[in-house]
Design a protein around this ligand. Structure first.
Ligand code: HEM
Ligand code: FES
Length: 776
């Protein structure tokens, strides 16, 4: 605990210091300072202690509550009414009177744009201004981005060394941003200087002696933005988002106001420029620091789109964002009063092991990299995300193609002190120009990889492994040990995780729970039951695979996470459903959690790992072999709900259904199931009908064709909904339903949830009738 220090907090500690318990702010919370170099260098590492011990804490130095875990931050983004974005562009360091007077002398009146606008004004404006961001509209910018990237690399390709930030990554995104906004290219140098000043003014901590100079630059930026806008108003025809806004003002004067246009003219340049320039510098730095990943994308450009997402996750350019709490609320078990300010640190969320397996690893094949929160989430999620993705893919493609042999020079990376915008000021690289591949092969420059927007391709996230061992566990069950072909470490995982295994062809992919030791990074283990009458994947493994063969897998990923905070766990497994339970029970034992395992099967000799489990778990394991006359009485076992107890079950559908009815009296979140697989096949348009989905928040109506999923139709309309399994297994594509009857086809929702019809899985479920109304 730190001692009450009245000088510490600008806005004061919100806790009653007169209470006998003293100030509850811990030492680490008191020491938190996002302007310190340690935060700049590595925000997620700097906040590791918080994610682990104190995920929401009050920072007296900042006067903000700081939030660091993935789920809490996502929940905050999701609810932009309780957590207003109105302070997103407010100065984080209040300036002195002199600087304020300077700003007034320029009639500086930066106001609401989109990112700091509340509802209902925000959605109305976002809707009117969205069209230039749709994937269709963005395609027109691709040649311009490619040409710029090519020209800038041309300038230094024969030099053997470059500062990528100074010589490319800063200016190209600025020029792209100006094109996108429709601004003439003149005054670029001036704009560059001003935009940095704006960032320092808003998210930085200028020293008192710097504040006046910053204020002049910001004032000038404001006036220049006004002049450019006036120029555009004279002829608002032609391409460009700002011109589009001016044209829309004629139809919607109350939505696209003068104040909005002037403020956005300035904020838009920063939104589109610095974010992307920093993201590119961060990406180059992290990839060159991981030479294997760099080499892989040099050799296989189809890996680029996912590598971009992984860089945005691992080393994002918007480290944190802000929200204002509008009513008393509880976040992650902490009461937060209305009027409190939140600093939500997305770069910490992006390293939360509760959401990302082995989060500190740079894994360009990670299959949920795109779930990072670097673009925010929900109603305000970055509108320019697909433009940024396009730029990053093209920059990386150009550099990997033309300078695969470049490496980082010895250097210390420096950052401008700032809570939110983060990227190294310089990235110095060197190479031997004599080895430039285009000298030997000029045709190299003629081929481009397609830019991919949205979900990564399956190929891009699959990894090759070698079958290092095959052990027969029973007549029909074989355990496989999979290692990486070059002996490198594989990602760590958490109990409950699975991998997707390509069984002979990319179209035949099956999920298998990992059943080895989660900390063993040298190998992944799965157990496969031969199921002759199912879809053929397991038979292929049993009949074709041998030690030394190569396999393609995806993952590990986890839809069946073990909650390590429970006091007691009841594990119920049927047959091969024991596999995820093996790792979970081992973890429960290591953590000292009270647990029991109930494992049923047809006959003891058909049940995998019984002896091994008896050795480890002894009295906690109950084995029910039908041929020995023993059956697990689920009704008796689960008759009375127990406090602080979670049930984890995996097994055949019949067992899970009966377990679900036995658990009717248990709280919903106490019971977690893992299904082996879903029965969803490909859509058969002959059997489906088209329906309409009205999106209440966005005010648009989309048609979901008979051969299309709701998820695909939403994406085509530029509405971001996350997804993972695409088979109704994982729950990540859930959307809220306000009215209409749902034809549920997932295996995630409970029966009660289906009957209620207030949510649905957009990757597979459809409308019974002609229309659904969704909260999107
Ligand atoms: C909003 C990040 C590039 C335009 C945002 C937000 C973040 C963000 C964190 C706030 C999200 C929220 O409150 O939920 C980024 C990053 C970028 C990037 C990391 C680059 C890697 C761009 C580009 C543009 C752009 C290229 C193009 C103009 C916008 C706009 C909003 C926004 C208009 C406001 C959306 C709204 O409030 O409805 N961005 N951005 N961004 N961004 Fe980006
Ligand atoms: Fe997994 Fe839809 S994406 S349930």
């Amino acid at each position: 605990m730190h001692s009450p220090d009245t000088s510490a907090g600008r806005s004061g500690c919100p806790i009653d210091h007169t209470s006998p318990a003293g100030c509850p702010v811990t030492e680490r919370a008191a020491a938190f300072d996002p302007f310190e170099d340690e935060y700049q260098q590595d925000p997620p590492e700097y906040l590791r202690w918080s994610r682990e011990q104190e995920p929401i804490f009050f920072s007296p130095k900042l006067g903000y509550w700081v939030v660091t875990r993935y789920d809490d931050i996502k929940a905050i983004f999701r609810d932009n009414i309780t957590f207003s974005p109105s302070i997103a562009l407010e100065k984080i360091t209040p300036t002195g009177e002199e600087a304020n007077a300077v700003l007034s002398s320029y009639n500086y009146a930066m106001n609401r744009t989109l990112v700091n606008e509340d509802e209902p004004a925000h959605m109305a404006r976002r809707r009117v201004l969205m069209e230039p961001f749709t994937p269709e509209a963005l395609k027109h910018h691709e040649p311009m981005v490619r040409q710029l990237a090519r020209e800038y690399v041309d300038r230094f390709i024969d030099d053997g060394q470059a500062d990528l930030v100074d010589q490319m990554l800063w200016e190209v995104p600025l020029t792209v941003a100006l094109h996108f906004l429709g601004v003439p290219e003149e005054d670029m140098d001036l704009l560059r200087k001003y935009s940095i000043a704006h960032t320092v003014n808003t998210w930085g901590r200028p020293k008192p002696e710097e504040q006046v100079a910053v204020a002049h630059a910001v004032g000038n930026f404001w006036q220049l933005a006004g002049k450019i806008l006036e120029k555009m108003r004279l002829d608002p025809s032609g391409p460009g988002w700002m011109k589009y806004g001016i044209r829309k003002q004629a139809d919607y004067p109350d939505v696209v106001t003068d104040s909005y246009l002037h403020s956005m003219m300035m904020a838009g340049i920063v939104a589109a420029h610095e974010t992307t320039a920093n993201a590119a510098a961060n990406a180059l730095k992290i990839l060159l620091q991981h030479p294997t990943a760099w080499r892989e994308i040099c050799e296989d450009p189809s890996l680029l789109p996912n590598a971009v997402e992984e860089c945005l996750r691992h080393n994002g350019s918007v480290a944190a964002w802000r929200r204002l709490v509008t009513k008393d609320v509880r976040i992650g078990g902490i009461d937060i009063a209305a009027g409190s300010k939140l600093l939500i640190v997305m770069s910490s969320a992006n390293h939360d092991e509760r959401h990302f397996e082995d989060p500190d690893l740079v894994d360009i094949r990670r299959d949920n990299s795109s779930e990072h929160l670097t673009f925010g989430y929900g109603a305000h999620q970055c509108m320019g995300k697909n433009l940024a993705r396009m730029e990053l893919q093209i920059f990386l493609e150009e550099l990997t193609k033309r300078l695969p042999h470049m490496r980082l020079c010895e250097q210390k990376f420096t950052y401008v002190p700032n809570t939110s915008f983060r990227g190294p000021e310089h990235v110095r690289v060197e190479w031997d120009p004599a080895l430039n591949p285009e000298r030997a092969n000029p045709q190299l420059l003629d081929t481009n990889s397609p830019v991919r927007i949205g979900e990564p391709s399956r190929h891009a996230i699959s990894r090759s492994v070698v079958v290092a061992g095959m052990t027969k566990l029973t007549e029909d069950i074989v355990r496989l040990r999979l290692t990486s072909p070059d002996g490198r470490a594989l990602p760590r995982w958490m109990p409950g995780a699975h991998v997707d295994v390509e069984c002979g062809s990319p179209d035949m992919s099956r999920q298998y729970s990992l059943c080895g030791d989660p900390d063993d990074t040298q190998g992944l283990e799965i157990a496969v039951l031969r199921e002759s009458d199912s879809r053929g994947g397991s038979v292929w493994i049993h009949d074709n695979l041998k030690v030394g063969d190569r396999l393609k897998i995806r993952g590990p990923r986890n839809h069946f996470r073990f909650d390590e905070s429970v006091k007691r766990a009841i594990f119920v497994a049927g047959g091969i459903g024991i596999t995820p339970i093996i790792a979970m029970a081992l973890r429960a034992k290591r953590l000292g959690i009270d647990y029991e395992i109930h494992y049923s099967g047809r006959a003891r000799k058909t049940m995998a790992c019984v002896d091994e489990l008896l050795d480890i778990h002894d009295g906690r394991l109950h084995v029910y072999a039908k041929d020995e006359g023993r059956r697990c009485d689920l009704t008796a076992l689960l008759a009375t709900p127990m406090a602080d107890t979670a049930i984890y079950a995996c097994g055949p559908t019949r067992m899970l259904e009966s377990l679900e009815s036995c658990c009717a009296a248990w709280p919903d979140d106490a019971v977690r199931f893992e299904h082996f697989y879903s029965t969803i096949g490909t859509l058969d348009p002959a059997k489906e009908h088209a329906f309409e989905a009205e999106l209440k928040d966005s005010g648009i109506v989309i048609t979901v064709a008979a051969d299309q999923t709701l998820l695909a139709a939403l994406r085509a309309a530029n509405i971001d909904v996350q997804s993972d399994c695409l088979e109704g297994l994982c729950g990540s594509c859930e959307v809220r339903v306000l009215s209409g009857q749902v034809d549920h086809r997932d295996v995630v929702l409970t029966r009660a949830e289906r009957d209620e019809s207030s949510k649905m899985m957009s990757c597979c479920s459809r409308a019974v009738g002609g229309k659904l109304v969704l909260e999107l």
